[in-house]
Design a protein around this ligand. Structure first.
Ligand SMILES: Nc1ncnc2c1ncn2[C@@H]1O[C@H](COP(=O)(O)OP(=O)(O)OP(=O)(O)O)[C@@H](O)[C@H]1O
Length: 555
């Protein structure tokens, strides 16, 4: 997406794309950007070869050689910041404690494992004659092996991998591409271990609570494992989500490690601090630590259920009922829902006659929750948004939620409305309202730059439409392929909007990013289920606050 003249040399803060799960979009680059990224990449590679204090010494030396006053000032700043950095690192290490050592051992194990994979691949006969293919020359740092390593290292690194996949402006394209495949699948914990966790957490025999627990897990991700079960007494079908043992220790150790690396990196590259790498790491840390407390998840689910009840929407949508008496911080027992992801076109058409109606329901329920519910579901990827057998929409997995202030939402509405009618002045003013800044923003120039972003996207749009027409986009697979392309566009569009905004000194609240991310998911569902629907303009979709204020009155 060649949007030229708008880059302003700033990199953006990418919270919009932090919380990725399975579906990621790609963003294409200008040649210049790619080159920049490759440069950054090779620079950091050469740095990583030096070790420990030589690194600092070399840095200082380099700085001293360069006599320009700005770099002298920078060096001065770095030296002043050094005690703070050391203090921070020491404090973080103490906080990590022995789990750091254990984790280091596990890390080495993962490293050796992937190293062996690499060795086996390298010694394949096909590689011996013509030398190593370029993608293998980097060894374990090449995209493929690095992804494998991240997958072995587990939760934290999988999230980081998914972050890389969604941050094309910060990482080289080969990595962004490869990390699209960074899946959150983990080998299941043996059932005996699950049983002993259940016994310990519930404080009584498993048989006294459940009539039956399926030993074969429904799902096993890096943080939790889900088993189907049936309650004793009421005989209701439930699922039990069990937090994997030791996961909190691993997260704390890993995130502290990543934090220290980010701090050092930022210290060595003061320019990087503007992208607030440390801020990003802190954000990942906070959201991940929230995800390992099922009391929080249960509270989020219940808030959502209260919202549905208060607004009379229980016939249209639901979230699994939580069984408090058999739920703890590490175990969540909830009603079992039966349905299919909103992207499963074939099954959806067998459940309902008009998928469009289901989509409109999902949109209205979600938009409605933005203000009328204490929190909104901030991870509506297809695995978490189902069409249930009874025709209702099921919302699953409330591990990540966001909260939005009425003021931010009011500005957001104006922003969304302005996209629909291509009104760049009101787009600029709504963004200025949302973004915190102490500078005076030139709204006219800002609006013009936004206009440029959108017109370059529109050019591309026509190309794609033409390409799609020439093909036979009739079956589900072809439709999905087109959706992926469209999705990349949307992602690119939002990235560009954020980038342009940041070049005017605007900083957005985390909610803004979370919201945009969800809109991208909904955009995907719209393209699949109701290609002719305009999500932001359709009369049947209530984005505007009128209706929601009515909801609120009923509380
Ligand atoms: N209430 C439920 N009814 C039926 N299936 C469920 C329910 N809750 C979870 N599952 C199944 O377990 C899977 C994982 O659950 P959940 O999304 O809550 O866990 P997670 O570890 O946060 O996964 P992810 O990161 O993929 O979203 C779901 O995709 C779904 O298949």
């Amino acid at each position: 997406m060649a949007v030229t003249g708008l880059r302003g040399g700033r990199t953006l803060q990418l919270q919009p794309f932090l919380h990725h799960h399975h579906h990621h979009s790609l963003h294409s680059f200008t040649k210049q950007q790619q080159q920049q990224q490759l440069n950054v990449h090779s620079k950091s590679k050469s740095k990583s070869k030096s070790k420990g204090f030589t690194l600092f010494a070399r840095y200082a030396q380099q700085q001293a050689q360069d006599l320009s006053s700005s770099s002298r000032r920078r060096l001065q700043e770095s030296i002043e910041n050094l005690p703070k950095l050391v203090e921070d690192i020491v404090r973080t290490s103490i906080n990590t404690g022995p789990r750091g050592v254990l984790r280091l051992a596990q890390g080495l194990q993962a490293f050796i494992g992937v190293g062996q994979e690499w060795l086996i691949d390298v010694s394949k006969p096909s590689n011996s004659s013509a030398g190593l293919p370029t993608e293998m020359q980097l060894g374990l740092l090449s995209p493929f092996y690095l992804r494998r390593l991240f997958e072995r290292l587990g939760a934290t690194y999988i999230k980081l991998g998914q972050f890389i996949a969604s941050a094309p402006t910060l990482f080289p394209p080969e990595y962004v591409q490869e990390f699209q495949n960074c899946f959150d699948r983990a080998p299941p914990i043996p059932f005996e271990e699950i049983q002993s966790i259940l016994r310990k957490e519930l404080g009584r025999p498993i048989e006294s609570v459940y009539e039956y627990v399926d030993p074969k897990p429904l799902a096993s991700a890096s943080i939790a494992q889900v088993h189907g079960a049936r309650l004793k007494g009421s005989r209701e079908d439930v699922v039990i989500k069990v937090l994997k043992p030791g996961i909190e220790d691993i997260l704390v150790a890993d995130l502290n490690f990543v934090y220290v690396v980010a701090r050092i990196f930022e210290f060595l590259n003061p320019d990087i601090s503007r992208t607030s790498l440390v801020g990003i790491v802190k954000d990942i840390r906070d959201s991940m630590l929230e995800e390992v407390d099922f009391y929080k998840e249960a509270a989020n689910i219940e808030a959502f259920r209260r919202y549905l009840e208060a607004t009379g929407l229980t016939g249209n949508a639901t979230a699994p009922k939580v069984y408090q008496y058999c739920s703890t911080r590490q175990v969540l027992t909830m009603e079992r829902l039966y349905g299919v992801p909103l992207t499963d076109l074939d099954s959806i058409s067998s459940f309902v006659s008009n998928p469009e109606t289901s989509l409109i329901t999902a949109l209205n329920v979600w938009f409605g929750s933005l203000l009328a519910c204490e929190s909104f579901h901030a991870d509506v990827h297809a695995g978490n948004l189902w069409l249930l057998r009874d025709g209702r929409i099921g919302f699953l997995d409330f591990g990540i939620v966001g909260r939005i202030s009425p003021k931010t939402w009011a500005a957001m509405e104006v922003f969304l409305g302005s996209i629909a009618i291509e009104d760049y002045d009101s787009m600029a003013s709504s963004l200025i309202q949302m973004g915190a800044t102490n500078k005076d923003v030139n709204a006219k120039a800002f609006a013009m730059d936004l206009g440029k972003v959108f017109s370059s996207i529109k050019d591309l749009d026509t190309e794609i439409v033409v390409a799609a027409r020439s093909g036979t986009a009739t079956n589900a697979a072809a439709v999905s392929a087109n959706v992926v392309v469209d999705e990349r566009q949307m992602n690119a569009l939002f990235l560009d909007v954020v980038r342009v905004s940041e070049s005017y000194g605007l900083k957005f609240p985390r909610e803004f990013a979370l919201l945009l991310k969800q809109l991208l998911y909904f955009d995907r569902y719209t393209r699949l289920l109701a290609p002719n629907l305009n999500m932001l303009q359709d009369q049947r979709i209530y984005i505007s606050s009128n209706r929601r204020s009515r909801y609120r009155d009923s509380f």
